[in-house]
Design a protein around this ligand. Sequence first.
Ligand SMILES: Nc1ncnc2c1ncn2[C@@H]1O[C@H](COP(=O)(O)OP(=O)(O)OP(=O)(O)O)[C@@H](O)[C@H]1O
Ligand SMILES: [Mg+2]
Length: 447
Amino acid sequence: MRALATIEAEHRNMWRVTNALGVLADRLGDPRAAADRPTDLATVALIADYLESFTERFHHPKESDLLFTHIRRRSNEGAAIIDRLERDHEMSPHQVERIRDLARPAVVATEAAALATLVEEIGSFRHRLGEHMRLEEDVTFPLARQVLTAEDWAEVDAAFDAHVDPLGDPNAPAEIALLRARITQLLPAPEGLGGRSDVVVEKLAPRRAAAQGTLLAVSGLTCRYGRIEALHGVDIEIGTGELVALVGANGAGKTTLLRCISGVQPAAAGAIRYGGQDITRLRADARVRAGIAQVPEGRQVFGPMSIEDNLVMGAYTRPSGEIRTGLDEVYDLFPILRERRKLPAGTLSGGQQQMLAVGRAMMSRPKLLLLDEPSMGLAPLIVEEIFRIVKMLKEAGITILLVEQNARAALAVADHAYVLETGSVTLEGPGPELLKNDDVRRAYLGM
Ligand SMILES: Nc1ncnc2c1ncn2[C@@H]1O[C@H](COP(=O)(O)OP(=O)(O)OP(=O)(O)O)[C@@H](O)[C@H]1O
Ligand SMILES: [Mg+2]
């Protein structure tokens, strides 16, 4: 069944490539980006080349000839699904060809509607491809796991073991290397294109029930920025009182997930339940009142404002009579903030500003604290201090979702952890167990 993991990794890579196509389509449709049009069109053509060489030389033959054939033979229900998937396989080269055609500078220059058609065609291609990949992952592969025999798998796996993705191949020819560099540059954040797709990860120990029940349950959460789908059906669960870590590379969607939970970013699909209630459509300020507070990436304290005024801002959902008590609680946690309370926040060091950002969130008396990369940009000793504070907050009974690039430190303290890769959870397990996992060590800890 290794073949299925390979295909799923290829799918993730395919999402990255088609996201790049989406970015290009947005730019091609934007008159302000007209100066970059020739380069953008050339890049669309390059991506079309990649998709063609990938699907024809690497993907379809072994999938269609082996995996699909076996499924067809072993299941009637499977045969109908395979018909549909094969139709997609037949269609997709035509669609890619059409995209390449429309992207020719001569066509764009002479046909008024060509650009709009190209943008539309790219959108439709991405949509179909997404549906195709989901049909495979959600329906076809589970079926294959049931119906294929051990001999079937031996044959299929052997074919897939010999697989190399042209875009991820270090010995790829120069034009592929150039393509890879161009696509990587296009992605709004460094996505590690292809770099992690060879790491095939699975669920570790099944999630045990939290002792005090579930506080937050995110299910099937999808989030979009325009055409770009940043989260593709994410499921996570946090038990009351737990410290849960979320790790993943740049651009994986960690911040997006936190923003969906705190309500500043709308969910396109899926549900968020908190304390047993559906809060998916609840406004952000109502979520703060309900006890969800976010400490944003990059701290975002207001430098010219005094430390105390920064803290007071965090209490906007509380009656004014409670603000004094709130301040005292935060000052007890972070005495340095009391000492300097009249000074502008900008005079604090990076670590102290992080304390201020945490203190500001604490002013709303949260039950669930969402921490976005609190150790970012801090010196090692200060990082230790920040992790000490996180542990202290947990001991004080606050439930914490901790996003970290510092995977080693985060996993070491986490009750449970999730690995997010380009918008999907690819691995979960108890923090220390993940820390021992070879795939995680290779991908996130550089070991
Ligand atoms: N406002 C936005 N508009 C369009 N795309 C966005 C926006 N914010 C994020 N994205 C895209 O969504 C994806 C996920 O981004 P996100 O910031 O959630 O990742 P992250 O895991 O927090 O990354 P980092 O480690 O860099 O903080 C990326 O591809 C990113 O480029
Ligand atoms: Mg982020």
